[in-house]
Design a protein around this ligand. Structure first.
Ligand SMILES: [Zn+2]
Length: 59
């Protein structure tokens, strides 16, 4: 599984299921994504990667 700069990693809030685009930083030519610090809606700091969220919901 590879990440492309054009499609940021997405994260789902574990509290209210709001979806956020990951914060992207570039280090030595490669991109890194990180979840937001906290949910603006419910304040939780727990986030799930979007792919994992979809997998969990469809099992
Ligand atoms: Zn939330």
């Amino acid at each position: 599984m590879s990440h492309t700069p054009e499609l940021p990693e997405r994260y789902v809030c574990d509290g209210c299921h709001a979806v956020y685009a990951g914060t992207v930083t570039r280090e030595s030519g490669s991109y890194h994504y990180s979840a937001p610090d906290e949910c603006a809606a419910c304040g939780t700091t727990e986030f799930i990667q979007f792919e994992q969220y979809v997998r969990r919901r469809t099992q």
